[in-house]
Design a protein around this ligand. Structure first.
Ligand SMILES: *Cc1c(COP(=O)(O)O)cnc(C)c1O
Length: 392
């Protein structure tokens, strides 16, 4: 059997480098604690589960859903954008619900990329942007992000040839993995750049509502005229602790939304309707769940920041996202080696920055989605390790 190139070319599992060490420690009986995964540990709010249970009873929800989602869900998304971002959306032309934003992100290149076309992908970044591009036969050109620029790309340094061949520019703020945020002035520059180069901006706003210290994240659609060139992915996953239910949305440019809807109509049959009803309940009545969750993440963030500093890592406490991104202590070069050493000596797993792209080398990512008691245990071990005391 011969597998397709697009499968052969898939990069190895994110943790390939340290997974051996993890397996070895587990075999030795060590209680390994992972601070690697970005999946909220807290349950979906109870009133949303009750909505889902009631919706599951209705026979109308047992049949194929529409690929473009319930009109009521598209309208709830439009109301959410008006209330949250002051952005007016046409629910029938500028909104399409997704089976999680990863689904839409993976499929978008099929709408915009022909073989030989380029997607500009910020580095470090979420791996799906480049993989979706490869599946569509396109070529990824990495746009490096640097700490000194607040992890925002230097758009004027994108090589002219890449800009000419580019069809998509991927942006993601609040950012995974760096936790960086972007102000409206940056989005204005990005929209102007995209207009000049006839490139579609795909903005991934997965962490729209995971924000701390009063920070409010922007939608790129808040910029005047952004919808001429941009679409935005938004998701209930991180906002409402709903990663398991798979519901999200793409909003913005009408032609791109239409193309994505047509691709999806041919690949999937939409989001189970009971889950769409749950999503409508969340968007129309978020109650205080978002504030509650963010209070917990902010408290964890402060604990993580303090202990990472004891370890000699250098960092800015993030204003948003589920991650603390920290620079290795002086003298340390390889994030993979550092992470493997931490697992070996403390049983604590962090993600090497290099797994998110070459520009992530020299950093590690710690997720704030570990339950409080496990996180405290991990931090106690890291603190001992910092003092040179035996840990395991
Ligand atoms: C978690 C995450 C997503 C995927 O979210 P889903 O809506 O659950 O598919 C997309 N982008 C980034 C950057 C993420 O971290």
């Amino acid at each position: 059997m011969k597998l397709a190139q697009r499968v052969e070319r898939l990069p190895p599992y994110l943790f390939a480098r340290i997974s051996e060490t993890i397996a070895k420690k587990r075999a030795e009986g060590v209680d390994v604690i992972s601070l690697g995964i970005g999946d909220p540990d807290l349950p979906t709010p109870g009133y949303l589960i009750e909505t889902l249970q009631r919706a599951a009873e209705k026979p109308a929800n047992h049949r194929y859903p529409e690929s473009d989602g319930l009109p009521e869900l598209r309208r709830a998304v439009a109301r959410w954008y008006r209330a949250r971002h002051g952005v007016e959306l046409d629910p029938d032309e500028e909104v399409v619900p997704l089976i999680g934003s990863k689904e839409g992100i993976g499929h978008l290149p099929l709408c915009l990329i022909d073989p030989g076309d380029v997607a500009l992908v910020t580095d470090p970044g979420y791996p799906v942007y480049a993989i979706g591009t490869m599946f569509a036969g396109g070529e990824t050109v990495r746009v490096p992000l640097r700490e000194e620029d607040g992890w925002l790309p230097r758009l004027d340094e994108i090589p002219a040839d890449a800009a000419r061949r580019a069809r998509i520019l991927w942006l993601n703020y609040p950012n995974n993995p760096t936790g960086a945020v972007a102000d409206l002035a940056f989005f204005e520059r990005a929209v102007a750049w995209a207009r000049e180069h006839d490139v579609v901006i795909a903005h991934d706003l997965a962490y729209a509502d995971v924000t701390f210290d009063g920070y409010v994240a922007h939608s790129i659609l808040e910029v005047n005229g952004a919808r001429d060139v941009a679409i935005e992915f938004n998701s209930l996953s991180k906002s409402f602790n709903m990663t398991g239910w798979r519901v999200a949305m793409a909003v913005g440019n009408q032609r791109v939304i239409d193309a994505l809807t047509r691709v999806k109509t041919n690949l999937d049959s939409g989001i189970p309707q009971a889950i769409q009803e749950m999503a409508i309940a969340a968007l129309d009545d978020p109650r205080d769940s978002i504030t509650e969750h963010n209070r917990i993440y902010a408290r964890r963030r402060d604990r993580v920041v303090a202990v990472l500093r004891e370890l000699g890592l250098r960092l800015e406490p993030p204003k948003a996202s589920l991650y603390v991104w920290a620079r290795l202590p002086r003298g340390e070069r390889s994030s993979g080696e550092f992470a493997a050493r931490l697992v070996d000596q403390t049983g604590v797993v962090v993600t090497p920055g290099a797994s998110y792209g070459a520009s992530g080398e020299g950093y590690i990512r710690i997720s704030l989605t570990t339950p409080d008691d496990r996180l405290e245990e991990a931090l106690t071990r890291l603190s001992k390790f910092a003092r040179g005391a035996p840990v395991l």
